[in-house]
Write a protein that binds this ligand. Structure first.
Ligand code: SF4
Ligand code: SF4
Length: 330
């Protein structure tokens, strides 16, 4: 059974509507450390950051009560590199069971014990990166043995039946032909899958961007097949409109009207506010960030999951309480 009741789902939906109407954040990402045990090719992080200034668990609790986001994402870096991560989760989770808590991990350290501990502490959704349905994943993430580890671990965790694991796949030129096989892998492992689009904004590496008519043709066909799969099955997490916008982004390289800083933003390990993980100018409050960044933001350089989620229609957000998608209400 899931650790998130229908009543709590309805509370999140209500909070989403209120946040939507009042321009409060729908999702806040707590990047609890920038240290990471991978060194992925599409990311500027990797390695351990010594003497990193980090908020303490109780400070995350205070921040959550202040910001009142319906959804909190715990990410990094790799959150498992914090020894006090269970305490951080407990501090964020409030007595009413909110916010809906998403734990983003590369899966290197994920195992049965900490999965259950985090679940007990209040994590509602585990978001695990997977870019290839084979050992090419290790090459992309620069971590030998990672794919085999995930292949052993994820199906075992899925057997608990909590239905809270979502694989996260970033679509690049390199894995274009693996997009559908990864969906089959998710089905085989009995977990969900969510797709997002590669952006060169983080590393300036354009070699992973889809390029040329032939690749665009494969991309269009692939997304069309994903849409059909999404209609027929239950394990593709992105709504159809989001898949089509992902296609649009990958074809055009940009999507305007980003609400970074308003609908969603990131809290750095030291507590500073930044609009998104790709714009790291620091602010001391959301108000300051909106005035100095969001009001004049013309960036459309990514279509990452947190942005895609926060741009869903009000109805789609209220209905698709994250982690349950259409399943909660059908
Ligand atoms: S993408 Fe995630 S797992 Fe990979 S280096 Fe960056 S923070 Fe680490
Ligand atoms: S589109 Fe928005 S979320 Fe993406 S990099 Fe630009 S400001 Fe950040």
């Amino acid at each position: 059974m899931t650790n998130f009741s229908v009543l709590q789902g309805l509370k999140v939906a209500g909070k989403v509507i209120r946040s939507y109407m009042t321009n409060r954040p729908l999702v806040v990402s707590y990047e609890v450390t920038l240290s990471c045990n991978c060194n992925c090719r599409h990311c500027d992080l990797g390695g351990v950051i010594k003497d990193e200034k980090q908020l303490q668990p109780y400070e995350y609790g205070k921040l959550t009560r202040l910001l009142k986001p319906p959804v909190v994402q715990i990410s990094g870096g790799e959150p498992f590199l914090r020894k006090d991560i269970i305490e951080v989760v407990k501090a964020i989770k409030q007595p009413d069971g909110l916010p809906y808590l998403i734990f983003v991990t590369n899966g290197v350290l994920l195992e049965e014990g900490n999965y259950l501990q985090l679940y007990e502490a209040g994590v509602n959704q585990f978001s695990v990166s997977l870019d290839f349905p084979n050992e090419r994943h290790d090459h992309f993430r620069r971590h030998r043995g990672l794919y085999n580890r995930l292949e052993r671990t994820i199906p075992r965790l899925a057997k608990f039946g909590f239905k809270n694991i979502i694989l996260n796949t970033v679509i690049t030129r390199d894995n274009l032909k693996e997009v559908l096989p990864i969906a089959r892998k998710a089905e085989e492992w009995n977990v969900f899958i969510s797709y997002s689009a590669y952006t060169a904004r983080r590393t300036s590496d354009r070699s992973y961007c889809i390029d040329g008519e032939e690749e665009r043709g494969i991309l269009r066909q692939t997304i069309q097949q994903l849409v059909e799969l999404q209609r027929r099955t239950n394990h593709i997490f992105n709504p159809e409109a989001e898949l089509l916008d992902t296609l649009k982004f990958l074809e055009q390289g940009s999507i305007p009207n980003c609400k970074a800083g308003i609908r969603f933003f990131v809290v750095m390990p030291d507590g500073a506010f930044i609009p998104c993980s790709l714009w790291r100018n620091k602010y001391s409050s959301q108000k300051e960030m909106i005035e100095k960044f969001s009001r004049r933001n013309h960036c459309g350089d990514c279509y990452v999951s947190v942005r895609a989620y926060s741009e869903r229609s009000l109805w789609s957000q209220a209905k698709a309480v994250p982690g349950y998608g259409k399943r909660l209400f059908t």
